[in-house]
Write a protein that binds this ligand. Structure first.
Ligand code: PEP
Ligand code: MN
Length: 395
């Protein structure tokens, strides 16, 4: 009987005599060499940036050439510019540099990191996003605010009126809510869209709305000025591509457990698919400590500011989970150099349908902003200074 056989016989019979466990094996185990180590070719991906207004014939001639050189082309079409990602082995194949000579090609670049268009190396100057006359990035600090969800005409109207009275011009407007439990309030959906439209018209504000799924893009296109991609969808790449193709400004939240690299690479999906107005939003990570709802990662804000030219905003509300913690986290975010904040505020937060514990009272928003003013000024000055671009992403 083999060693394993004895062990299993002992287990079946319930025998515990130690002698049974040390019976020497009669047959010498035969050693079989492991399969040969697979030699993985070193892959160094390249991107080919085509000239603006290249025709379909230009694109086809470039991709044919790419295939001839034994790379796999992936065409990513923007409204103004088309990029061909080339997957293959630059080290053993012929170099793609020869494609520089094609008339339709503007540039041939190696992809050293998983993200390229997002990086400061590719685009050293700070990107400034502008919506409804509000600039965010490059020393412009944007404060965006609104309720967690649209609950009724009166609730949304009163909240927006309060916020507009404090100078807020970009409003959170959520007719669709991603909720952890299917039994929780999911948003007013079509009725919410109607309320959003009416209130937007009355106050002339811009609206940020979360796209919880691809079917929400079309209804929101008629009324939302900024699409939000929530933490739960932060790595839903199909959705990112579809949202990017609308050409609307986007807020991309960081996933609950995304690394900085995953966050920035998700942003690359948006930029490569034609989104030019993108803000990134840190909203806290899943942590072990229930004292805050999420763990606000301000270190990641500092790192991301160095690695990318995109504006980084912070959501202190979903990080804190508690009203009293929102002002200190907001101050900390601005002190670390965030380009703006997105804050939940509600006319009657104590009776809110969702996130009642963390929403500020919109009637007291002015006091919140007044207290924040010195930190807004600090962040403005810090962001006007040059940002170093020598940070390395840690994977
Ligand atoms: C929200 O901003 O409404 C939201 C659901 O936040 P998050 O995706 O960060 O949880
Ligand atoms: Mn909320």
């Amino acid at each position: 009987m083999t060693h394993a056989g004895i062990l299993s016989a002992n287990r079946v019979s319930g025998a515990t005599d130690a002698r049974f466990l040390f019976v020497p094996m009669t047959r010498k185990p035969r050693w079989t060499p492991p399969p040969p180590f697979p030699i993985k070719p070193k892959v160094k991906n390249m991107i080919i940036v085509l000239k603006r207004n290249s025709s379909e014939t230009d694109v086809a001639s470039v991709t044919d050439m790419v295939r001839t050189l034994r790379y796999q082309p992936r065409v990513i079409r923007g409204v103004e510019q088309t990029v061909v990602a080339c997957i293959g082995d630059e080290l053993s194949n012929q170099s793609l540099e020869v494609l520089r000579n094609l008339p339709a090609v503007e540039n041939v670049l190696p992809v050293q990191k998983k993200f390229k268009l997002v990086s400061r190396e590719y685009h050293p100057a700070n990107t400034v996003v502008e919506v409804n006359g509000v600039k965010i990035g490059g020393g412009h600090i944007g404060i965006l605010a609104g309720p967690c969800a649209i609950e009724s005409y009166d609730q949304f109207h009163t909240t927006v009126r309060d916020l507009v009275n404090c100078g807020i011009r970009v409003i959170r407007a959520m007719p669709f809510k991603p909720r952890t439990s299917p039994y929780d309030f999911q948003g007013l959906k079509q009725d919410g869209l109607d309320i959003m439209r009416a209130v937007k018209e009355e106050f002339g504000v811009a609206m940020i709305s979360e796209v919880t799924g691809p079917d929400k893009i079309e209804p929101l296109l008629t009324v939302a000025d900024i699409f939000q991609i929530g933490a739960r969808n932060a790595q839903n790449y199909d959705l990112l591509e579809q949202i990017a193709q609308t050409g609307r400004p986007v807020i991309l939240k960081r996933g609950l457990a995304s690394t900085v690299e995953e966050w920035l690479t998700a942003a690359e999906y948006l930029l490569v698919n034609n989104c030019t107005q993108l803000m990134l939003c840190e909203r806290g990570l899943r942590s072990f400590d229930p004292n805050t709802r999420n763990l606000l990662d301000l270190g990641a804000v500092a790192v991301a500011k160095q690695l990318t030219h995109l504006p980084i905003i912070v959501d202190p509300s979903h990080a804190a989970g508690a009203r009293r913690l929102v002002p200190p986290l907001a101050r900390a975010a601005l002190a670390v150099g965030a380009d703006g904040l997105i804050v939940e505020a509600h006319a009657d937060p104590f009776n809110a349908f969702s996130d009642a514990a963390q929403q500020l009272e919109s009637g007291k928003f002015k006091a919140f902003l007044d207290d924040l003013a010195p930190w807004v000024e600090l962040a403005r000055q810090a962001n006007r200074r040059e940002t170093p671009s020598d940070a390395k992403v840690q994977t």
